[in-house]
Design a protein around this ligand. Structure first.
Ligand code: NAD
Length: 269
């Protein structure tokens, strides 16, 4: 079987470096290109050296058109950058694994339009553990129903720019799906001042930002007599990078379509 050729965009970012490392660790996967935004001090540097692995002979470029031909692009950057990369992959007939979070509704629609004929995996969280947790949350919500007050908590490092995290929102969606409702109709994203008593059936979110927390998520089902908690803690970003490379491998065998990690891990009922 031929090797899977991958481009990592944003290759000097926190996730970008991990992705380069995960690509070099994976069997049958090679790095074909690496990019950074123009003006980045890392343009021209070797992707492997930045990632703390061996020199790979792949230098970061600020024009994606300068990358060698590849099968899949892995993108953990910003919504604006991912929208630009979508045009590139659609023109080249490549697959794309998207980890970027924080898309506004219109941006997401634009992304879907641009990638309507491409193989796409998009997930708020590429960890296997989180994806299993999403499944468990949906099941718990189905069994426990509205008698239990549902709350979602998340904590991340101080550099994170969007809130609640994409994973917290994915947990909210799984919870709402288990209850047969739409998250938009029941989500409570902030509480301040005289909020009144908790409305039955709502799903509350709370957020912590600080230090170097990689990612903590918890779904709570709270009744007067008991409390069920489904909790995930990531302690190293490599867990997301390995999951994304696994998704790239899986995607190379799929035809056009919009998939997520539940599909990659075959967790869908
Ligand atoms: P980061 O800021 O460290 O890295 C992003 C990189 O993208 C930066 O180096 C930036 O210069 C680069 N970039 C911006 N515009 C670019 C462009 N046009 N072309 C090429 N590179 C460009 O951020 P991070 O912590 O690595 O997170 C990146 C994204 O991934 C965020 O949206 C974050 O929420 C998300 N994330 C998702 C998961 C997941 O499992 N889905 C896990 C971790 C982070």
């Amino acid at each position: 079987m031929s090797e899977l050729k991958v481009i990592v965009v944003g290759a000097s970012g926190r996730m970008g470096r991990m992705l380069v490392r995960a690509v070099t660790e994976a069997k049958g996967v090679v790095l074909a290109g690496a990019t950074e935004r123009s003006g980045s001090p890392f343009v021209g540097r070797d992707a492997g050296e930045l990632a703390g692995v061996e020199t790979l002979g792949i230098r970061l470029v600020d024009n994606i058109n300068d990358c060698a031909k590849a099968d899949v692009l892995i993108d953990f950057t910003t919504p604006v950058a991912t929208l630009q990369h979508a045009v590139f992959v659609a023109e080249r007939g490549m697959g794309i694994v998207i980890g970027t979070t924080g898309f506004a509704a219109e941006q997401l629609q634009q992304l879907q339009d641009r990638l309507s004929n491409s193989p796409v995996v998009m997930a708020a969280n590429y960890s296997v553990g989180v994806n299993l947790a999403l499944n468990l949350i949906e099941k718990a919500a189905e069994v426990l129903g509205n008698d239990y007050d549902a709350e979602i908590f998340e904590a991340h490092h101080k550099h994170k720019v969007d809130a609640p995290s994409g994973t917290a929102l994915a947990m909210g969606k799984a919870l709402a799906a288990g209850r047969g409702v739409d998250l938009d109709d029941v989500a409570v994203y902030s509480r301040e001042g005289i909020t009144g008593a908790r409305k039955p059936g709502t799903i509350g979110f709370s957020v912590v930002r600080g230090g170097n927390i990689v990612g903590e998520h918890e779904a709570m089902f709270i009744a007067d007599e008991e409390r069920i908690e489904i909790n995930h803690r990531a302690s190293d970003r490599m867990v997301f990078a390995r999951g994304a490379v696994r998704a790239a491998n899986w995607l190379s065998e799929q035809s056009s379509g919009w998939y997520d990690m539940q599909d990659v891990l075959n967790l869908r009922d």
